[in-house]
Design a protein around this ligand. Structure first.
Ligand SMILES: CC(C)(COP(=O)(O)OP(=O)(O)OC[C@H]1O[C@@H](n2cnc3c(N)ncnc32)[C@H](O)[C@@H]1OP(=O)(O)O)[C@@H](O)C(=O)NCCC(=O)NCCS
Length: 182
């Protein structure tokens, strides 16, 4: 299965896509972006790795219409805020991720906004439409909802198991899409 997608380069950096990655042809990936094995990027995603970098881990899916960006370095913040997404993460439709760090096995609900310097620990669900303000840390094992987001309740065992299932469902879906390209 071959991924035919070619990202756009910026200042001689071009997106690097690992084996088994699927990127829809309508998505725009620019610059310093790395996508690890078996992840997928769906229609109309805009990801701009220009003034810092974006890293997307393994078996992670970024669903339709999501926007990924970051923050440049400055005198007071020499590293800026890159965008780092871990493994087995589901980024729902029309999510905005900006200069934040997501761990592993996370679901970011549809339309959520996650702002600069937020850290989301492993095994977290962020509800649809949530706003996560800058510099927040979301604790492992909890559901967060609202605008601004609040810790709602601990996740139960089925919900924690579902985080991996959701990622796996998207691995299977992107394999179907990749097979259509061959
Ligand atoms: C957050 C979510 C997981 C909670 O589902 P749930 O188990 O049905 O929620 P609960 O029954 O624990 O709800 C607790 C309360 O939060 C409210 N609530 C549920 N989702 C909410 C959300 N996204 N934002 C704000 N409040 C929410 C419920 O109405 C309920 O309020 P009440 O106690 O006043 O009646 C779900 O609503 C959601 O947003 N899922 C995201 C799905 C998604 O976007 N997937 C990616 C695309 S495939």
């Amino acid at each position: 299965m071959t991924n035919k997608y070619k990202g756009r380069s910026y200042k001689s950096k071009t997106p690097k896509l690992a084996a088994g990655v699927y990127v829809d042809e309508s998505a725009v990936l620019v610059g310093d972006i790395e996508v690890e094995e078996d992840s997928s990027v769906w229609p109309l995603v805009a990801a701009r790795g220009d003034v810092n970098f974006i890293k997307i881990g393994k078996r992670t899916n970024v669903q339709d219409g999501s926007v990924l960006h970051l923050t440049r370095s400055s005198a007071s913040n020499p590293d800026g805020y890159p965008l780092i997404i871990g493994d087995d993460v589901t980024v729902g439709h029309k999510v905005m991720l900006h200069g934040c760090q997501l761990g592993n096995r996370i679901l970011v609900g549809m339309g959520a906004i996650v702002m600069d310097n937020v850290v989301v620990e492993d095994d977290v669900i962020i509800g649809g439409g949530a706003l996560v303000p800058p510099n927040k840390r979301l604790e492992s094992g909890y559901l967060y909802v609202g605008s601004p987001v609040k810790q709602a309740r601990p996740l139960n065992e089925q919900e924690i198991a579902f985080l991996k299932t959701s990622a796996q469902n998207y691995v299977e879906l992107k394999d179907d899409y990749l097979s259509e390209l061959d």
